[in-house]
Design a binder for this molecule. Structure first.
Ligand code: PMP
Length: 445
């Protein structure tokens, strides 16, 4: 057992700090699909870290590549200079992206990717002579990170209301969850997709002029707000509406990228190609912070064609854009995906995952179960006056029983590494089941 560090100074993000510091949950090591806590307990990782460790923990290939890079070139200025790995990583990522999205801007995180994508969309309309296209549309319960652009288009009020006014010129469309109609649907909800997408067109034509809308940003599958799935046909219809009105469509694939749904990107899964894709997380298997924004070639070309010669085409970027160490980690991760075909592995496990996830139906507190690829959301009945308490208690019970799950509000989210084995999937869900039954018996939750 390692000693407990002094807990006073570190302010944890998105965490109830006082609660955490009264009951710290610290990890000291990780390998494969398991964490080891500082009190030497093994925890099965049901969440791939924060959706990011897709290839499993402690990958030697990534460690070697990162260590070598640190010794060779630790940093190169990101502006006005660069280094070969940046171009190599961009080329390899472009090849991994859906066809056409082959110009890559690197960032340091999902939040930076979201804000970068929004800025590119706004600037694109300006360089192409349409400065009045300056409004952004997001979605209720959408999560696009925590920077100002991301929280403005995001639809989680709690993440926004603490911080004042945010951005002007932003609107939101409805989210896609309809438990009344779709509770316990396996995979995608079948009905209502077109009507729901049509609400986007109604909204921009009745409340705005569609010619003022720069971009619509959506997560193809809403992850952080609790696994909200798009009904069949919904995303395709959004694409048609965007095309009709000259609006750029941005898919935030920070969670759905890199095999999570059994395809490289959700765009491949749904057969809908957006104009811009954001990604992060599993791009480096969570080992080093990095994000990326992929844009269609004609968007990049428009900047190159319409900006004054010799001038900066996009006044935007980060000190750590295309950081050499992050590029090394991304290349090693893309190699792992290529050799281990982790997308196919996820697809092959998804039916088993679905069956086991839905076996929790009928257990105490379980109100809905949703799944796609290797993602499941288990929505629990809210305890009156104690929102989120049931899911938090379940998370703690699972932790005690050696399984890491994630909770957001009253929803448990399960997203294991794509290297997970069938018996480990069984263990994740049986542990959740046991936790729920125990909590009901104890009358605790
Ligand atoms: N977009 C989506 C869809 C996400 O799920 C997340 C993180 N969960 C982000 C953006 C933000 O990523 P980061 O925390 O790396 O800034």
């Amino acid at each position: 057992m390692s000693d407990l560090p002094n807990l006073d100074h570190y302010w944890l993000p998105f965490t109830a700090n006082r609660q955490f510091k009264s009951m710290p949950r610290l990890f000291q090591a990780a390998k494969g699909n398991y964490y080891t806590t500082i009190d030497d307990r093994r925890l099965l990782d049901g969440t791939a870290g924060l959706w990011c460790v897709a290839a499993g923990h402690g990958r030697e290939e990534i460690a070697v590549s990162v260590a070598n890079q640190l010794r060779t070139l630790d940093y190169a200025p990101a502006f006005q200079n660069s280094h070969p790995l940046a171009f190599e990583a961009a080329e390899r990522l472009a090849q991994y992206m859906p066809p056409g999205l082959d110009r890559i801007f690197f960032t340091g995180s999902g939040s930076e990717s979201a804000d970068t994508a929004l800025k590119i969309a706004l600037a694109y309309h300006r360089v192409t002579g349409n400065p009045l296209r300056n409004k952004l549309v997001g979605r209720e319960r959408g999560y696009h990170g925590v920077n100002f652009g991301g929280i403005a288009v995001g639809g989680i009020a709690g993440n926004r209301k603490a911080f004042g006014n945010g951005l002007a010129g932003v609107d939101h469309i409805r989210h896609t969850l309809d438990i009344g109609r779709n509770a316990f649907t396996r995979g995608l909800p079948q009905d209502g997709g077109i009507a729901l997408a049509n609400e986007f067109e109604q909204r921009i034509t009745t409340l705005h002029d569609p010619a003022t809308i720069a971009a619509l940003i959506v997560e193809p599958m809403q992850g952080s707000a609790g696994v909200l799935l798009p009904p069949v046909g919904y995303l395709k219809r959004l694409r048609e509406i965007c095309d009709k009105h000259g609006i750029l469509l941005i898919f935030d694939e920070v969670i759905t990228g890199f095999g999570r749904l059994g395809t490289k990107f959700a765009s491949d899964y749904f057969g809908v190609v957006p104009d811009i894709i954001t990604c992060a997380k599993a791009l480096t298997n969570g080992a080093v912070p990095m994000g990326a924004v992929a844009v269609k070639r004609d968007i990049y070309d428009a900047f190159m064609a319409n900006s004054p010669a010799g001038g900066i085409e996009l006044p935007h970027g980060y000190t750590y854009s295309a950081h050499p160490v992050a590029c090394a980690a991304a290349l090693a991760t893309l190699d792992i995906f290529a050799t281990e075909k982790l997308e196919d592995r996820a697809a092959g496990l998804s039916t088993h995952f679905e069956q086991v996830a839905h076996s929790l139906k009928g257990l105490p507190f379980v109100k809905d179960i949703r799944n796609l690829g290797l993602v499941a959301g288990i929505e629990l009945e809210s305890i009156p006056g104690k929102p989120g308490a049931a899911a938090f208690a379940t998370y703690l019970k699972c932790y005690e029983m050696g399984v890491l799950v994630r909770y957001t509000g009253d929803i448990l989210a399960i997203s294991p590494p794509l290297t997970i084995e069938k018996d480990e999937i069984d263990r994740i869900f049986s542990t959740i089941g046991e936790a729920l039954t125990t909590l009901a018996a104890e009358g605790e939750a």
